[in-house]
Design a protein around this ligand. Sequence first.
Ligand code: CP
Length: 303
Amino acid sequence: MEKKDLISIMDYSKEEYLRIMELAADFEKTPNQKLLDGKVVASLFFEPSTRTRLSFETAINRMGGRIVGFTDAGSSSVTKGETLHDTIKMVSHYSDLVVMRHPLEGSARYAAEVSDVPIINAGDGANQHPTQTLLDMYSIIKTQKTLDNLNIFMVGDLKYGRTVHSLLMAMSQFENPIFNFIAPEELQMPKEYKMYLREKGIRYFEHKEFTDIISEADIVYMTRVQKERFSDPIEYEKVKNVYILKNEMLENTKPNMRILHPLPRVNEIHTDVDQNEKAYYFTQALNGVFTREAIIAHTLNLK
Ligand code: CP
């Protein structure tokens, strides 16, 4: 059987998105399903992570699998000059599945070409973060009861934010989405994603502020300005606090509106929002465990 990698969110069809949503709901009801008994999963994090790594590892443990890997490439033979090619070739001989995060765009696709076992992309530079997108979609369907006809606000770093790039492409497969992009000049949504929307006839709007229009949103997807993607620290200082969502801004928002954030947060959501029932980001992170169980089961054809 051909191996099934998950590198880009576009590697899955709309039917597969919906299948993952169903499986995630099943794992949420029954998280401990020992489908990975006897299997070894390699977890290779060449870049820091809290949620993605720990929720994958929780998912693997709940499914009865074993984990090998590293959380810091500095403790691997990469420090001796070993190439990504050789690292992946070796690890794919040791394991049944590889989950990989790497700072270089395209590294996950390259790993998939080298590997004998499926690769799941846990984030490759500013490119894609498909498992985050699937958990975002699961969070959206749980809170909105649909993935159609939604007005989605994306706020913050839309240039380097791989989560917004993947989410835009996935939600574009559903009926009649509207996107509102709120970003400073330096961090606008890249042209190729806007062209993608135009080609599909999907409406999008760009703004510098959103206080006056937040009442129209179904989903407000906040993002962190990512210090690690800036080569010039002065440029980062200029934009780091440009949007801060505060509780007082939520007064006239729709009852169904929910605030999502892939996390980690720095300053972009004030802590006074955390107690608001529209703040969904911590539950969203929990949804990552069930969604990643679903992705693993789907990748290895376990259910
Ligand atoms: N959302 C996300 O990718 O978080 P981590 O960087 O902590 O994994």
